[in-house]
Design a protein around this ligand. Structure first.
Ligand SMILES: [Zn+2]
Length: 408
């Protein structure tokens, strides 16, 4: 029988980590470099040392535990930071399962040919300055100007949040120079959606990770009195958005398979009962598993908005806020995961990831693959986020088998 993880030990690690950053309002709040996150970092470093692995931390605060071998590094990991009022499994599962795998390899005295390393990446959730800060820095994909100017979602500049830590924007920018020569990267993660749970399959093999494009948009018109301005003389910015939203959704659904569009944040100005909205600001979240699909849908949505604005006597402006390209998981990695799952007797389902992950960044420097386990009821980024332990056991054992095979 092949090597298996110790589920009880992994379970206990997840419970222990889940105590750090407990939020009285519910769930876990552990944004990167918060007091809770600093505690979690120390805790993880202690676990890595106890396991007898070589501990390393780079300039972006990414934490690594290494089992040295010869040749290139085969890495597995995820992140320990959470959204505010998040759950205790998003990210934590991937880091702690990888740690458990290396403990088992070491306990059994196995000597894989290649170096194996567990990784915990900083601020995957983008609480500070955009998603994937740590893995983006690790891969060398950070825009230096955006980072130095970075205002965080907590209203404080990044450098203030980093004060008192060993990190600065400059050390973050230098993190990619500390990156070892990578052969491959694997990440176990909760699905964060309902597909595996609905299909009742314990393990997902990710085929592609959706790219995304975030824009801040505005329709501009003219504010006016709600009682005295006749309909034909109005330039109502809200009606521009009200026209755009269903057409945008139909466009994505009908013509761009594997794509999503969401308007999640809306502000009307000046925002009063008695005033026709002179301006409406809204967020536009566009996602697709195909690079052509993402670029095409983005262009089509902007054209649609401009057409609607022209018809209604409005203006339309938009600004790009964030962009991540979609990633196709290489066939070699998908096939290897499917073969190892079959040997273990696990049923699997191939599916795309609609959410972004650290693997998306690391795919730019080596072959990267992802294993999903079901999110019961599809819930994540919530105190109600959960896993079934038997699914976690399967996901972690698949990680172990695939990782050992990659490490030779
Ligand atoms: Zn995550």
């Amino acid at each position: 029988m092949s090597l298996r993880i110790d589920l009880d030990r992994l379970h206990k690690d997840l419970e222990d980590l889940g105590q750090l950053g407990r939020d009285p309002r519910g769930g876990v709040s552990r944004p990167s470099f918060s007091r809770a996150d600093l505690e979690a970092r120390d805790w993880l470093k202690g676990r890595i040392r106890e396991a007898g692995l070589e501990l390393r931390e780079d300039g972006a605060g990414n934490i690594f535990g290494r089992l040295p071998g010869a040749g290139r590094v085969v890495m597995a990991g995820s992140h320990l930071d959470t959204v505010v009022n998040g759950g205790m499994f998003d990210g934590a599962v991937g880091v702690l399962a990888a740690l458990e795998c290396l403990r088992r390899v070491k306990e059994e005295g196995l000597a894989p040919v290649k170096t194996m390393e567990v990784a915990s990446f900083t601020d995957e959730e983008g609480n500070l300055v955009g998603d994937f800060l740590g893995s983006r820095a690790f891969a060398g994909l950070i825009d230096p100007d955006a980072l130095r100017a970075g205002q965080t979602s907590f209203g404080m500049p990044l450098k203030d949040i980093l004060a008192g830590t060993a990190f600065t924007p400059e050390t973050i920018l230098g993190a990619s120079r500390e990156r070892p020569d990578l052969e491959a990267y694997l990440e176990l993660h909760i699905e964060q959606g309902p597909v595996l749970d609905t299909e009742d399959v314990p393990v997902g093999i990710v085929e592609a990770i959706a790219g995304k494009c975030w824009r801040l948009c505005s329709f501009t018109g003219r504010a006016g009195h709600a009682g005295t301005t006749p309909f034909e003389l109005r330039r109502d910015a809200f009606l521009g958005l009200a026209d755009f939203a269903p057409k945008a959704t139909r466009l994505a659904a009908a013509e761009y398979e594997g794509s999503m569009v969401t308007i999640g944040k809306i502000t009307a100005h000046p925002g009063a009962f008695s005033i026709i909205p002179g301006q409406v600001d809204f967020s536009l979240d566009v996602r697709s598993v195909s690079a052509d699909g993402l670029a095409g849908l983005e262009r089509a949505l902007l054209t649609l908005a401009e057409d609607i604005a022209a018809t209604r006597g409005l203006g339309f402006v938009s600004k790009l806020i964030d962009k991540a390209e979609p990633v196709r998981i290489p066939a070699r990695i998908q096939d290897l995961l499917k073969e190892e799952a079959k040997k273990l007797g696990y049923e699997t389902l191939s599916l795309p990831s609609g959410a972004g992950h650290d693997a998306q960044m690391i795919a730019s420097v080596c072959e990267a693959g992802m294993i999903f386990i079901p999110s019961p009821d599809g819930i994540s980024h919530s105190p109600e986020e959960s896993v079934r332990w038997e699914d976690l056991d399967k996901g972690a054992n698949l990680l172990l088998a695939a990782w050992l095979r990659l490490a030779g």
